[in-house]
Design a protein around this ligand. Structure first.
Ligand code: IPD
Ligand code: CA
Length: 249
């Protein structure tokens, strides 16, 4: 099975697991703290366990990094960064905006799959190739005026509002990155020092392979080994530069 098919298979496992846990009436139960931070609900844990079972059963030689369990070494041929359900709180509250986020990095080759778990929509990023939406080349449509902003204590809201007065905060960073890639959002700014690699690994591949940019607050390359980061993502370099300048003021 190639990398793309493997990630799709894992997304199928997660989708099925989520459908089952939602029916079980236990989805909202808190079962612990994620190794990478945040609360782990039953729906997150069951989905992650289903993926781990598949990896174990098929003896996949993977270094596995996932939001709830952290890092597991089954091998070193490639790395998978997984957020089984990004937007768990949306899912648990009946807000239809959540996804699964799966990135597979093999040497210099990167593949990212962000699959919307509410309706039939999936984004793929393939290094040296491009990005796809529902299996077809992803084309940016730039009619949007909106940016998504996650901040602490209202920091930078006033500064950003002077240029972008339509702000959103949708609750699934992975999916929001893909909507930036598509141009439905012009940008995503998360400056809470909270974002983890598992949240953004797949969306970053989608965004970068359609001409978007994602960096830290200073416009520097992200340190994907950092525990937490701040991110500025934009659908093109011009908007990215403009936002970085606003944040510098
Ligand atoms: C959450 C989402 C949300 C962000 C939270 C994350 P989770 O991921 O990405 O957009 O505001 O900080 O924890 O917990 O649903 O995987
Ligand atoms: Ca999650």
């Amino acid at each position: 099975m190639n990398d793309r098919m493997l990630c799709w298979k894992l997304s199928e496992i997660i989708k099925l697991s989520l459908e089952n846990t939602m029916r079980s009436g236990r989805a909202h139960e808190i079962v612990g703290e994620g190794q990478l931070g945040g609360t782990t609900h039953y729906l997150d844990k069951v989905a992650e366990n289903a993926v781990i079972d598949y990896i174990t059963k098929h003896e996949l030689p993977v270094e596995f990094v996932s939001e709830e369990i952290g890092r597991l070494n089954f091998g070193n041929e490639y790395t998978i960064y997984l957020d089984p359900i990004d937007g768990s709180n949306n899912a648990l509250s009946g807000l239809p905006f959540y996804c699964t986020s799966i990135a597979l990095f093999r040497k210099e080759k990167q593949y990212g799959l962000v699959r919307n778990l509410v309706w039939d929509e999936w984004f793929e990023g393939i290094s040296y190739y491009g990005s796809l939406l529902n299996g077809k080349p992803l084309k940016q449509q730039l009619h949007s005026q909106m940016i998504s902003v996650y901040t602490k204590k209202g920091r930078y809201i006033d500064e950003l509002r002077q240029s972008y007065n339509k702000m959103r905060c949708l609750g699934s960073v992975a999916l929001e990155l893909c909507y930036v890639a598509k141009g439905s959002l012009l940008a995503l700014v998360d400056i809470r020092d909270k974002v983890r690699t598992t949240d953004i690994a797949a969306g970053k591949v989608v965004l970068e392979n359609v001409g978007g940019v994602i960096t830290d607050l200073n416009g520097e390359i992200l340190d994907m080994d950092a525990e937490h980061m701040n991110i500025v993502a934009a659908c093109n370099p011009k908007i990215h530069k403009k936002i970085i300048n606003i944040l510098k003021e």
